[in-house]
Design a binder for this molecule. Structure first.
Ligand SMILES: [Ca+2]
Ligand SMILES: [Ca+2]
Length: 118
């Protein structure tokens, strides 16, 4: 499955689904693994900076992610975000590191959806 298709699912307007995923630890592992595999384009089990940039670019295209866009749009911000999630600073994002990003992204989507419903 392509990255953009997966993001379409997880960054849909389905806040209920997002909340369900966030409230279930095994579901988080399962769903984040699927996304990780799609983002890991060269299938080496790690997400490098170009792959991460690709993911962020796909997220940027989602109109519902206004707040997220504002915070993550620039290259500097993408690099900063990458470094933040690369907790052991080896220049690659491992699955355990990615899982934290995934949780943040789903949570950000819930916030964005909640805001747009006001
Ligand atoms: Ca990779
Ligand atoms: Ca790392």
């Amino acid at each position: 499955m392509e990255v953009k298709n997966i993001i379409d699912i997880f960054f849909s307007s389905d806040v209920k689904l997002c909340n369900e995923i966030l409230s279930d630890k095994s579901r988080i592992s399962e769903e984040s693994q699927k996304v990780f595999n799609a983002v890991d384009l060269n299938k080496d089990g790690l997400i490098d900076y170009p792959e991460f940039t690709n993911l962020i670019k796909e997220i940027e295209k989602r109109s519902c992610m206004d707040e997220f866009e504002k915070n993550y749009l620039t290259q500097d911000k993408i690099k900063q975000t990458f470094d933040t999630f690369d907790t052991n600073k080896d220049g690659r994002i491992h699955f355990n590191e990615f899982k934290e990003i995934f949780i943040d992204l789903v949570a950000a989507n819930i916030m964005a959806q909640t805001d747009s419903n006001k």
